[in-house]
Design a protein around this ligand. Structure first.
Ligand code: MG
Length: 264
């Protein structure tokens, strides 16, 4: 069981470390190949945690919880609904989510379990799909609903503004991805609460299906879908505004916290 964080230390170097209480034990080598822990430790309080990977692709799944499909007025999908988020949207723990000047008014939160692929996967059967996983992280599929649902035909813009893909705070290598409770807190209030046991397509099914379609490279992040309780489905709707604090929590991993600001 290990929590592996990517961080920038006081000397500015980007490193990986294994979390041990309030310190990080620095890793030497390639996280996606051979690596080992060293004798060097750094206090967690003295580092800036970064997004745990710099992904070659972010693949996201829509409408993958029954209750969320229902609140969205959509039928349950017969196969996974796949879309991509730009990798330039990635940000890390405590980074700001920026409300874009061109679409600031309907920005919504979505808590998700994020899968981080550990080794190249192509045509992988469901039975061995989890062998290709490095670990799991908290993922936030920030979404500008006006762009996603009304203004554009495709979801690319609404899902890909800079800072719209916070991930972190670290990678948990040991987690049961089919039974992980997760939630969103907005300014301390629980807005989404569910468990990945309610996923329509499970993590192994998603990895297998996606690997039939494209090569899943090491570091690829798969956002597995969000449960019910999103802001757009509330009456009245709740959208993010400057000063909001959003926490995405997955039990067994931790809490990914970001504040919301307006674009300058
Ligand atoms: Mg989503």
């Amino acid at each position: 069981m290990a929590k592996i964080a990517r961080f920038r230390g006081r000397d500015g170097a980007v490193q990986y470390g294994v979390l041990e209480n309030d310190t990080l034990r620095v890793i030497e080598g390639d996280l996606f190949g051979a690596w080992r822990t060293t004798d060097v430790t750094v206090p967690l309080a003295q580092v800036k945690l970064l997004a745990p990977v710099d992904p070659p692709n972010i693949i996201a799944i829509g409408l993958n919880y029954r209750a969320h499909a229902t609140e969205s007025g959509a039928p349950f999908p017969e196969r996974p609904v796949i879309f991509l988020k730009a990798t330039t949207a990635v940000c890390g723990p405590d980074d700001a989510i920026v409300l874009p000047k061109m679409a600031p008014n309907e920005v919504d939160y979505e808590c998700e379990l994020g899968i981080i692929i550990g080794k190249t996967a192509r045509h992988v059967p469901v039975e061995t799909a989890l062998d290709y996983v490095l670990g799991y992280t908290c993922a936030h599929d920030v979404s500008a609903r006006d762009c996603q649902l009304r203004l554009d035909v495709q979801w690319a813009r609404g899902k890909s503004f800079d800072t719209f893909a916070p991930i972190g705070p670290w990678i948990e290598t040991e987690l049961d991805p089919d039974n992980a409770p997760l939630r969103t807190r907005l300014n301390g209030v629980v807005m989404q609460e569910s468990t990945t046991a309610d996923l329509i397509f499970s993590c192994p099914q998603l990895i297998s299906y996606l690997s039939e379609c494209m090569t899943l490279l090491p570091g690829t992040v798969i956002m597995t879908g969000t449960p019910s309780g999103v802001g757009m489905a509330r009456k009245p709707p709740v959208y993010l505004k400057p000063g909001d604090v959003v926490e995405i929590e997955v039990d067994g991993i931790g809490t990914l916290r970001n504040t919301v600001v307006a674009e300058e």
